[in-house]
Write a protein that binds this ligand. Structure first.
Ligand code: C2E
Ligand code: MG
Ligand code: MG
Length: 709
């Protein structure tokens, strides 16, 4: 320990000489310029570096008053006078000045002038050490330029005092005016977002412990305007004490607000559906995945996936435009969310968690989490169907739509989210197929059906090319006279393996997979062609008619009316010879279908309302449809003799048709009794096995000839 009262032992002459010699050697070899002067300020010695950097030779220097020497070399008069003042007062001074060499070159130097005192404290001389800073300065300037040019903020932390410094750029990024910030480490820490402070301090500590660990982190800083701004700080320890303690840290800072905002947007966009702001498919799949995992881990835990599709969405989009379609989807999303909100009176059982997502087009999916049983899912599905089928008001339009829902519950859930969603989709299709605006619970056997219909679809594509499809003709007769009046064309498919496949089975498949257009064309063209070639057709008076069935999907195809006109022209048929049959279940309020029906009528072609009695439109709607004939469905005809109810309905239908000036046809007459009754009730025409099964063209020609005899 140091003791103030003890004096060090006097140094021997020899050791003093040795020490001085060593010092002189060090001074001589130093890259810093060193000058020694006596008490009278006369230069007694300069080293090589002094000569090199000032250009003054030892001969020129020694003996000069060093102030005079400096005055000749100083390019900075203010700094020079500070040194003069210090010398006069006998004290030291250290500062940076510019000096001018004998060649006129200006250099930056850190000049350290210190007085020497003897043991008695009397001034004995001066030591001047000048460090050439010119290169360091140049580098610093370059750095400053680079930092400014790159728009970088800079910061500096004096660890021992806690003082912070930063450049204007960083201060401005943070939104503060000069003097407005607490320039201490504590003050700065107070500006860091609470969630970012611990990670940031940990990163600083890591860099302090080891310079190998880079300090580079984006954190939120409290902007003067009250918001959070993202700033990236990069830094390093720049000074350590001899024993390794960190003295100073410094670094740069970069405004990354825009980048962070973009990142955020991208992240959100990757998770939400842009139109409805609901979570998207990937979020939903993740949630289902978690539900499946939880189901495995936790016995008794149950969930359900409700897959819904809107029954008239495509129609709304096609007829009212995409803007209305989009608005409808937004309203649907709103209703979904409102209905599922906990505590909502519509769905009291929604005390379980849920995710409602839009996964494409008009497809929405709800995941119900932690339900008590299948019944919960059914209750929610039922309520959703009710809520979603209330009319939607979009601008001037009132849109009525309904939802069909397929449900998969944990009891039948597959092992992965994709499959669960696919099964829910299958059940949804089943709901649509069996009448729409309803829900269907998924059962594993449905997968089998889907596979079968996929196989059927593939075969149907080939059927057209392979000429497996052909048309048969069933005659119609006048019920009063028994005279032959025309035929109905019916499509047949002779499947190479399955044999005859019923149109009841394959027409819906063709509609669903988009083959109906090609199929419809085929029937229209080949029926018109074959009919025109039948020998009795040109000679009969009044003209006999050809009836061709049109499916729902065909009526929405843009080229249909042209196709009909072309088929008549190509085969020389008059419009009075053609009748097109449309099914009754076609909703009359569908604007596209209605306008197509009117366009067909405008060609002079008659329309027949098929399967009357089985669909939705009642007698009272009959006058709204532009049809010429009503075909009473086979199911009514077959019960006409046994059920008073059916007979009354048939009678009413025929009366109404007569009042409206429409013709009537009874389908599926199999017995003489049915034929008599229908004639008695006033029905115009009949069709059925009693007269003939559907026949191929040559057989039909024979049948007609036989009948005419
Ligand atoms: P539809 O238009 O009502 O045709 C009448 C159906 O009743 C035909 O069945 C016919 O064979 C059957 N039928 C006729 N008389 C009798 C009878 O006395 N007793 C019984 N039990 N059945 C009788 P098919 O040919 O199986 O056609 C079924 C449905 O498939 C048709 O009903 C029609 O809706 C549709 N369809 C048939 N061909 C075509 C076509 O070319 N295009 C379109 N879009 N649909 C078609
Ligand atoms: Mg028909
Ligand atoms: Mg029918």
């Amino acid at each position: 320990m140091f003791d103030r009262n003890s004096t060090p032992p006097p140094e021997s002459e020899a050791s003093l000489a040795l020490r001085l010699q060593r010092l002189a050697m060090v001074a001589e070899r130093s890259s810093n310029a060193v000058l020694l002067a006596d008490a009278d300020r006369k230069v007694v010695w300069v080293n090589q570096a002094f000569v090199a950097s000032t250009g003054f030779t030892p001969q020129e220097s020694v003996g000069q008053i060093f102030g005079v020497l400096l005055a000749r070399g100083s390019a900075d008069s203010a700094a020079f006078s500070q040194f003069q003042e210090a010398v006069l007062q006998g004290r030291g001074l250290k500062r940076e000045i510019t000096i001018r060499t004998t060649t006129g070159e200006a250099r930056w130097a850190l000049v350290d002038l210190q007085p020497l005192h003897d043991d008695a404290g009397v001034l004995s001389g001066w030591v001047l050490v000048a460090t050439d800073l010119t290169d360091v300065r140049a580098q610093q300037q370059l750095l400053t330029l680079a930092v400014d040019g790159a728009g970088l903020g800079t910061w500096h932390w004096d660890v021992s005092s806690g003082a912070m410094q930063c450049n204007d750029r960083l201060r401005q990024t943070m939104g503060y005016a000069k003097g407005q910030m607490d320039m201490t480490a504590r003050g700065w820490n107070a500006l860091v977002h609470p969630d970012d402070l611990q990670p940031w301090l940990a990163a600083v500590m890591a860099q302090m412990r080891s310079s190998e660990v880079a300090l580079r982190m984006s954190i939120r800083i409290h902007h003067a305007a009250g918001r959070w701004v993202w700033i990236m700080f990069v830094g390093a320890v720049v000074d350590r004490s001899a024993n390794g303690h960190v003295l100073r840290m410094a670094g740069v800072a970069l405004d990354v607000q825009a980048q962070k905002a973009m990142e955020h947007e991208l992240r959100v966009a990757a998770r939400t559906d842009g139109l409805t702001q609901l979570p998207n498919r990937s979020v939903l799949l993740h949630a289902i995945e978690q539900a499946i995992a939880r189901g495995r881990a936790q016995p008794g835990y149950q969930f359900a996936v409700l897959f819904m599709d809107f029954d008239r969405f495509k129609q709304v989009n096609d007829t009212l435009g995409h803007a209305v379609g989009d608005a409808l989807l937004r309203q649907i999303a709103d209703r979904l969310q409102e209905s599922l909100r906990p505590g909502d009176s519509l769905i009291q059982s929604s005390d379980f968690a849920h995710v409602a997502a839009r996964i494409g087009g008009d497809e929405f999916v709800v995941l119900l989490d932690n339900i008590r049983g299948d019944l919960d899912a059914e209750i929610v599905a039922g309520r959703l169907i009710d809520v979603l089928s209330l009319p939607y008001t979009i601008g001037a339009h009132k849109v009525v739509s309904s939802a069909s829902i397929g449900i998969v519950t944990s009891s039948h859930a597959a092992d992965d989210a994709d499959s669960v969603l696919r099964d829910a989709d299958i059940a949804m299709y089943e709901a649509k197929r069996t009448g729409r605006a309803r829900y269907v619970m998924f059962e594993p056997s449905m997968r089998q059906q889907v596979r079968a219909s996929v196989a059927l679809e593939n075969d149907l594509r080939l059927a057209l090319e392979q000429h497996e499809l052909f048309v048969v003709y069933q005659p119609l007769v006048n019920l009063a006279s028994g005279a032959f009046t025309g035929v109905e064309a019916l499509l047949r498919w002779r499947h190479p393996v399955r044999g005859m496949v019923s149109p009841v089975e394959f027409i819906p498949v063709a509609e669903a997979c988009g083959l109906i257009g090609a199929l419809g064309q085929f029937v229209l063209q080949s029926a018109c062609h074959a009919f025109a070639a039948m020998p009795f057709v040109p000679v009969m008076d009044p003209p006999v008619t050809l009836a061709v069935n049109l499916s729902r999907a065909q009526l929405r195809q843009p080229g249909l009316v042209d196709d009909v006109r072309d088929a008549m022209r190509a085969n020389g048929l008059a419009p009075q010879q053609l009748v097109l049959e449309v099914t009754e279940s076609l909703a009359a309020q569908d604007a596209v279908v209605l306008s197509t029906l009117h366009a067909i009528r405008a060609l002079g072609v008659a329309l027949s309302l098929d399967d009357f009695g089985t669909g939705y439109s009642s007698l009272s709607c009959l006058h709204e449809l532009p049809v010429n004939f009503v075909k009473v469905d086979r199911s009514f005809v077959s019960q006409a003799q046994t059920s008073a109810y059916h007979r009354v309905l048939i009678e009413a239908t025929i009366r109404m048709a007569q009042t409206l000036g429409l013709g009537t046809v009874a389908e599926g007459i199999e017995t003489e009794g049915q034929a008599h009754l229908m004639a008695e009730l006033g029905c115009d025409k009949g069709q059925g096995y009693l007269y003939s099964k559907p026949l191929e063209a040559p057989a039909l020609v024979d049948w007609v000839q036989a009948r005419q005899r």
